[in-house]
Design a protein around this ligand. Structure first.
Ligand code: NOJ
Ligand code: CA
Length: 601
């Protein structure tokens, strides 16, 4: 391995490929911190995080230097999918507190100049939602059934599912009502419903792209549309600054619900291996797109246009963020056209391999495609659905399954390598213009729990695949606030709804505050510089001399050069270079492998 020595000329930026942001809405360059309420901080000691816990830790977020907080669902829910199964969209689940606790949290955030984004789950409700209960009690063809996706089964007796779709969590996407649940079949005699159903098809089936406790809503039904506009207004009136929209690419299904034999999973297929193969997709795709007749149908866009208008009626710049697993990026950009949503998560970036050429491609295409519609690009490396990047980057191979969860029987990540690369990836991400998402705990360098015993697992995808998928619990482990305290200070007792791995004690927040070189201090410094240097709204130019390098990603944003070394040999920096922040220590003026640095341009 040969050391590369750079001169000052080597670091010169080429022509800009992305212009500075033209308008100043806060979300264009915001760093948004994802709180997963059940695992952030426990206020009452029951082992489950809650809203008072969030309020009590707002100073951590302010101190870190983020601009906004997105909270995963806290609504009334039987918690079959950790709250992504909503029984009442207008109330707080008692597990998390009350509406008064929510108001207090919102006020505390606003006092600190932090925006609050809440999660909206419109693709499906819980089966405990009053609408689904009404649908069960009503007859086929009724208005109550029409709010969901009920269908007769196939075959003479209707005992085959209406089509062959598979649930994203495994198993069939259709569940048949038990005869006792279906009033139309209780007597064995099918009453005439006027719905044109021929013969006795027996109990109906309902569609659920996720767990059977999460029936899909029918977005062709105007009542469903009106209800969600009312739900938006409920939270806008309370003062929220935006919504993260769950499964934003899934609400409208292709007419006739045609069979589909392609792969369906949270993250489709297998994420590509690192490669500098010139045949790697030039459109930036990395395998993060769901496809099929249940995803990315053109009809979804009309819904977002109407929601855009609802938000526009409110003062301030409220925003909609799409959770849409859609590729290529040019399809994703359709969700953030000027009259639709404001941001979309960039899952092509999240799933990109640790490979210089692949990262340059995805960054470049992301900026181009979002610029074309006037939307900011977002950047994200971790969330509550994927293996944390500190663990992901410690795996020899990043396959699709391992992106969702790691089991004790799987090859285990190399923790030191994972953390080193995670810090380098983060520093690259925070140096990019646009909006960035930080998942709770990544600022501490937390890994997943990669050896959770089956008895404690809760993710429905674990159960629906008979354990073949470990599920997403490993990235949802309660945060360590005070190293060595009971539950590492997650709450006032030693209870944590999932066990924490041993490594969490040393990574606890209190062991990192003010400690030079800690992951927390790296994030804090980078966020402070990002704000001061106006990186989020800056233009971007590639560093020309390194634009074809198989080892180095280098670009200039505003007045800062970001240089990441993904190669096997150190890169010697020019003399007298002004280092602003680094993801690891420089060695004799050289940037070691798997390290990123910000330099004064
Ligand atoms: C995406 C959410 O992020 C995930 O956690 C959830 O299980 C599914 N949507 C279903 O709501
Ligand atoms: Ca609690």
């Amino acid at each position: 391995m040969t050391r590369t020595a750079l001169t000052a000329d080597d670091l010169a930026a080429g022509a800009p490929v992305h212009s500075p942001a033209a308008s100043g809405e806060w979300w264009r360059d915001a760093v948004i911190y994802q709180v997963y309420p059940r695992s952030f901080a426990d206020g009452n000691g029951d082992g489950i995080g809650d809203l008072p816990g969030v309020t009590a830790r707002l100073d951590h977020l302010k101190g870190l230097g983020v601009d906004a907080v997105w909270l995963s669902p806290f609504y009334r829910s039987p918690q079959k999918d950790a709250g992504y199964d909503v029984a009442d969209y207008r109330d707080i689940d008692p597990l998390f507190g009350t509406l008064a606790d929510f108001d207090e949290m919102l006020e505390g955030a606003h006092e600190r100049d932090l925006k609050i984004i809440v999660d909206l789950v419109p693709n499906h409700s819980s089966d405990q939602h009053v609408w689904f209960q009404e649908a069960l009690a009503a007859a086929p063809g009724s208005a109550a059934r029409d709010r969901y996706m009920f269908r007769d089964g196939r075959g003479p007796a209707g005992d085959e599912p209406p089509n062959n779709w598979q649930s994203i969590f495994g198993g069939p996407a259709w569940t048949r009502l038990a005869p006792g649940d279906d009033p139309s079949t209780g007597s064995g005699q099918r009453p005439s419903t006027g719905s044109g159903r021929g013969g006795d098809k027996g109990p109906q089936w309902y569609l659920h792209m996720f767990d059977s406790s999460q029936p899909d809503l029918n977005w062709d039904n105007p009542e469903v549309r009106a209800e969600f506009e009312a739900v938006l207004r409920f939270w806008l009136d309370r003062g929220v600054d935006g919504f993260r929209v769950d499964v934003a690419h899934g609400m409208v299904k292709a007419p006739g619900l045609p069979d589909w034999s392609g792969e369906v999973s949270m993250v489709e297929g297998t994420v590509d291996e690192p490669t500098t193969d010139p045949g790697a997709p030039e459109d930036g795709s990395t395998g993060a797109g769901n496809s099929g007749p249940m995803f990315d149908q053109d009809g979804v866009h009309e819904i977002y246009r109407s929601w855009h208008s609802v938000l526009a009626e409110y003062p301030g710049d409220r925003c909609l963020v799409a959770e849409a697993w859609v590729e290529p990026l040019s399809r994703l950009a359709r969700y953030v056209r000027p009259d639709e949503m404001h941001q979309a998560f960039n899952f092509s970036f999240l799933t990109a391999p640790w490979d210089a050429a692949r990262l340059r491609t995805v960054v470049g295409v992301s900026l181009d495609t979002m610029d074309a519609v006037g939307a900011p690009t977002t950047w994200v490396l971790s969330n509550h659905d994927v293996v944390r990047h500190a663990s992901r980057f410690g795996l020899a191979e990043i396959g699709g399954r391992q992106l969702n969860g790691i089991a004790a029987t799987d090859p285990q990540p190399d923790a030191a390598l994972g953390l080193r690369r995670a810090r380098a990836a983060t520093l690259m991400m925070l140096g990019l213009p646009g909006s960035a998402y930080v998942y709770q705990g990544e600022e501490l360098g937390l890994p997943d729990h990669t050896a959770l015993p089956a008895e404690v697992r809760q993710d429905p995808s674990f159960f629906r695949t008979d354990g073949a998928e470990p599920g997403r619990d490993g990235c949802r482990v309660p945060l360590p606030w005070v190293g060595g305290a009971p539950g590492n200070g997650f709450g006032p007792t030693d209870k944590t709804w999932l066990p924490q791995p041993d490594a969490y004690a040393d990574l606890a927040a209190d062991r990192q505050y003010g400690v030079a070189g800690s992951t927390y201090e790296m994030y804090r410094t980078a966020l402070e510089l990002r704000r001061a240097e106006k990186i989020g709204t800056g233009g971007l130019a590639w560093v020309d001399a390194l634009a074809g390098s198989p080892d180095v990603v280098a670009f200039q944003v505003a007045g800062v050069v970001v240089l990441a070394n993904l190669g096997g040999a150190p890169v010697v920096l020019p003399d007298d270079v002004d280092v602003l922040v680094a993801s690891g220590e420089l060695v004799d003026g050289a940037l070691p492998t798997d390290t990123t640095v910000w330099l004064r341009a």
